[in-house]
Design a protein around this ligand. Structure first.
Ligand SMILES: [Mg+2]
Length: 297
């Protein structure tokens, strides 16, 4: 416990925060899981969801969450937590994500002397507008310290109401939770916390996202001294919105969502991690010499 406290004050924790759909996995997570299991046509489903937005003023995340409860197929055969977790096995990932990316990054960290010297640790987080229950069943779940995504409240085993909704703009709240170390929703987030008391300073954070829905998060990262990387489907061209994110300086770098060793994204990550590790090391070694001088003079 004592050790943990000291580590937190050293601000030697690095966090990589990922969007999920289009960042770690192609498409929407509902498509390969729920839609497949229920034989739902994705175009029709998203069109109905859009109708709720246009005709009835729904917020778009709430619109899809509502359909997954009230559409006739789900009324007849409601989703359950266990079924969602089981369906997660069907999620297709971008290259490398499910086969070695997290382990490779750990090996990379361990190979850097300053990481050992200053006890630097790396944590991974997901902030997604998809469903937490699907992500909790994902094969890569164990690599994440915390996953934030939409959650249902269940009564008698069926979802009755969304208890947590995550959309593009409120995603930023969770960046501050990671920053302040207040990971639990029951913990307040709004009171002021001095920079030196924050568990993971923004300069130690890297956000990886793929699209327009990540713009608010990338903007927070950039304005707060953090790092942002835009990714796109490796099988296609660089999309216009990724080019715009770079041109508008919302993201520092962009690369195909290829997480295999030697891919451009990994090179960018290695460089960014080294940069963060050097500044942690510089800060902690200057602090050590100042403390020494104070004690001896
Ligand atoms: Mg996305």
């Amino acid at each position: 416990m004592k050790k943990k406290k000291r580590a937190e004050l050293s601000q030697n924790i690095i966090a990589i925060v990922y969007d999920f759909d289009g960042t770690l996995a192609p498409g929407n997570m509902q498509e390969e899981t729920i839609f497949r299991a229920y034989g739902i046509d994705k175009k029709k489903f998203w069109a109905r969801s859009q109708q709720l937005v246009r005709n009835r003023g729904y917020e778009s995340t709430l619109a899809y969450l509502r359909l997954l409860i009230s559409d006739p197929v789900f009324r007849d055969r409601p989703l359950s937590q266990a079924a969602l977790r089981r369906m997660a096995r069907k999620i297709p990932y971008y290259p490398g994500v499910a086969d070695g990316y997290f382990q490779e990054l750990d090996r990379f960290m361990r190979s850097i002397p300053e990481v050992r010297e200053w006890g630097v640790t790396l944590e991974h987080y997901i902030i997604s507008s998809g469903l937490k229950d699907i992500l909790d069943g994902a094969s890569i779940r164990k690599f994440f310290k915390k996953i934030y995504a939409c959650e249902y409240d269940y009564e008698n085993g069926r979802p009755v109401f969304p208890k947590l909704v995550i959309n593009d703009t409120n995603k930023t709240q969770f960046l501050f939770r990671i920053n302040k170390g207040r990971l639990d929703l029951s913990e307040g987030i709004n009171e002021h916390m001095p920079e030196a008391k924050r568990r993971v300073p923004f300069s130690n954070m890297i956000y990886i996202g793929d699209g327009i829905t990540d713009v608010p998060s990338m903007t927070v990262m950039n304005k707060s001294g953090g790092h942002a990387i835009a990714v796109y489907d490796p099988s296609g061209e660089v999309p216009r919105e990724v080019k715009e994110m770079i041109a508008e300086k919302r993201a520092e770098h962009f690369a195909p969502a290829d997480f295999r060793p030697n891919a451009l994204l990994i090179k960018i990550l290695h460089r960014t991690l080294k940069q963060i590790i050097h500044s942690i090391s510089f800060r902690l070694s200057s602090k050590r010499s100042t403390d020494w001088v104070r004690r001896h003079w």
